[in-house]
Design a protein around this ligand. Structure first.
Ligand SMILES: Nc1ncnc2c1ncn2[C@@H]1O[C@H](COP(=O)(O)OP(=O)(O)OP(=O)(O)O)[C@@H](O)[C@H]1O
Ligand SMILES: [Mg+2]
Length: 383
């Protein structure tokens, strides 16, 4: 995963670097063009403001200050001179003889004179150099900030991928473990039965059937948990009171159930009745399994939610274990319920079903366990 982190980071850094360089290049070209145009415009303005017939050194000083061009050279020659016929008009850039400076010339004709205006072009380039240095520095700082933010972002994503991978790995090893044990038992039962000369295989068949039931149970639960379409379950109007009465019918022979429901209220939500029944059955079956003698079921209607509380008086769950009981394959300390069989999948199924209904589930344990489920009324009707 560290390799993935580094690879992503290097690629990200390269892309950011290329983008910044393209941006920097484009900006410098645009900057140079605009500086050049500005200088050329100023030279052209100078030319238009000069009167070649009576141009004095004082005029030159005034113009220099007006257009802020330092130094400024103005050369006025009569265009009637034959030698001047060959002179090309327009803008030219030339190096000085010592090659140290560049000079820009603007040559134009006015009132029978040729006006030659020039200044150091290098001054323009110097300004561009300063701006280029500043902008490179700013780009470098932006580059570092983007890299830092990018690294944090990549790190968060990769950490999340790592967590998902670990979960998947754990899930796979738990599944293999859960499947391995009954298969090993079945294998040895069959081997013993084959070696045994007794014809009566009832005991073996009974034990095999038990293991097959176990395998069947776990595969059904696993299939349910890996199903993705839970979010798209079809919702109809479900009367929670009616659902609880059905569960009462089913389980009251096995455990004493006290119902606390205000019959004046209505407890209709939008949901999938079969899934909700499965979730509540899992909670009640846990109470029976974990030695409760009695369950209290309370149904209350609040302003914008319906609250369902299922409280038992069984062996309870240690407080420090409560945050984990909804995790897949989690069982509170095997020694705590060694003789009670289970996969640790029931409450994960409960959590998934309730999540699909946008319902919240909370658990506390003092004497026995108490689950509080909140069904939001508004959200459910928009679901
Ligand atoms: N009512 C309860 N009383 C005491 N402990 C409970 C209760 N409900 C859940 N637990 C604890 O939480 C753990 C997780 O429950 P969960 O229903 O997910 O798994 P399970 O009952 O062990 O197995 P199964 O997948 O068959 O349901 C249980 O192993 C048990 O230790
Ligand atoms: Mg269970």
């Amino acid at each position: 995963m560290n390799e993935l982190r580094n690879q992503l980071f290097y690629k990200f850094a390269l892309v950011v670097f290329i983008i910044i360089m393209i941006f920097e290049g484009a900006m410098l070209i645009a900057l140079k063009k605009s500086f050049d145009t500005h200088l050329k415009d100023k030279l052209a303005l100078v030319a238009s403001s000069i009167n070649p017939k009576k141009f004095t050194p004082t005029d030159l000083i005034k113009i220099q200050h007006k257009y802020k061009i330092f130094p400024l050279f103005v050369n006025i020659i009569s265009s009637h001179n034959n030698l001047n016929k060959k002179i090309k008009l327009g803008f030219f850039i030339q190096r000085t003889k010592d090659k140290k400076e560049k000079i820009i010339y603007y040559i134009t004709k006015k009132n029978g004179y040729i006006i030659k205006i020039s200044t150091f072009y290098s001054t323009n380039e110097d300004k561009i150099k300063i701006i280029r240095t500043i902008s490179l520095l700013i780009s470098f700082i932006i580059f570092l900030i983007v890299l830092m933010l990018g690294y944090k972002f990549i790190d968060t994503i990769v950490t999340q991928i790592e967590i998902s991978f670990k979960k998947l790995k754990n899930f796979n090893s738990n599944v293999s473990h859960e499947l391995k044990t009954p298969l090993a038992i079945m294998k040895s039962e069959i081997e013993v039965a084959l070696m045994n000369e007794e014809k009566n295989c009832d005991k073996t068949l009974h034990s095999l059937l038990q293991e097959i039931n176990y395998l069947n149970d776990i595969t059904e639960k696993l299939l349910f948990l890996t199903k993705n379409d839970l979010q798209n379950c079809k919702l109809t109007e479900v009367d929670l009171e009616e659902l609880i009465l059905e569960l009462y019918e089913k389980y009251s022979k096995k455990i004493h159930i006290s119902l606390h429901i205000d019959e004046n209220d209505e407890y209709i939500i939008k949901g999938d009745k079969t899934l909700l029944k499965m979730a509540l059955s899992n909670i009640i079956e846990n109470s029976i399994k974990y030695k409760a003698l009695k369950i209290d079921v309370t149904l209350k209607k609040m302003k914008n939610k319906i609250i369902l509380i299922i409280k038992d008086n069984g062996i309870g769950i240690p407080k420090d274990k409560l945050p984990y009981i909804f995790d897949e394959f989690y069982r509170v300390d095997e020694s705590h319920n060694k003789e009670i069989k289970g996969f640790g999948l029931g409450l994960s199924i409960v959590k998934n079903i309730l999540q699909a209904h946008r319902a919240k589930i909370k658990v506390k344990s003092e004497k026995g366990v108490e689950f509080t489920i909140e069904f939001p009324l508004k959200e459910l009707s928009n679901h």
